[in-house]
Design a protein around this ligand. Structure first.
Ligand SMILES: N[C@@H](CCC(=O)N[C@@H](CS)C(=O)NCC(=O)O)C(=O)O
Length: 211
């Protein structure tokens, strides 16, 4: 049994997308990060880092439980366990990890901080806002360049690296990023967004947050 603690956020949506793509059933538990539910003791027992998403995978017969945080780690776990969205070996697998780690270490923090310092900071922080907005634009341009020669971010095949990036480009407005000036990224985003599994995952997280 797979349970996901999440909200309608860029990092959360990646996990239901992977689950839908892999054809796996799951239960979504809302953690309303806009109201601070991630800081409650009950949630911190699952993730002391107090952030969504968290996956809880319970073995149907033994009851053994894996509790896993960090969206990139969850994507790798699901891809390995259910044999999809990740090449089995070789340079193609290494390329997916390259792009997944680039997402986790560059795209995700720059988008998150650009949004935070522009929209949420209690006091204006112009230097931080400029620094992270410029970084978010820089990594966006880098991905657009990479997609001139690739169908998907890690090559010809759709993978967990696309799912990771999709989460933040789905919520790009928070970071103040638009796709108008990035034709390759626009083409990639449209092709991922129209996948039935992606549509189902978005509908489920949006419904969860609206409830
Ligand atoms: N590196 C983490 C980042 C998770 C993260 O920042 N989640 C956000 C929502 S997208 C969150 O829980 N924010 C609440 C907070 O930081 O207090 C991952 O990829 O899972």
């Amino acid at each position: 049994m797979i349970e996901i603690y999440a909200y309608a956020t860029p990092n959360s949506v990646k996990v239901p997308i992977a689950l839908e793509e892999l054809g796996l059933g799951y239960t979504l538990h809302p953690v309303n990060v806009t109201q601070g539910a991630q800081k409650l003791e009950s949630f911190r027992a699952l993730n002391p880092n107090a952030k969504v998403p968290v996956l809880v995978d319970t073995h149907p017969t033994t009851g053994e439980r894996l509790v896993l945080s960090e969206s990139a780690a969850i994507l790798v776990y699901l891809a390995e366990r259910h044999e999809g969205l990740l090449p089995a070996s070789g340079p193609e697998r290494a390329r997916v990890f390259e792009q997944l780690f680039f997402h986790a270490s560059a795209v995700s923090p720059s988008f998150g901080n650009a949004g935070f310092f522009t929209k949420l900071a209690a006091e204006p922080q112009p230097l931080a806002q400029q620094r992270f907005t410029a970084e978010a634009e820089r990594v966006t341009a880098l991905l657009d360049g990479l997609l001139t020669e690739r169908t998907f971010v890690a090559g010809d095949e759709y993978s967990i690296a696309d799912i990771a990036n999709f989460g933040w480009f789905w919520r790009r407005a928070f970071a103040g990023i638009a796709l108008d000036a990035y034709p390759n990224l626009s083409r990639w985003f449209a092709s991922v967004e129209q996948r039935p599994a992606v549509q189902r995952a978005i509908a489920r997280v949006d419904a969860m947050a609206a409830a």
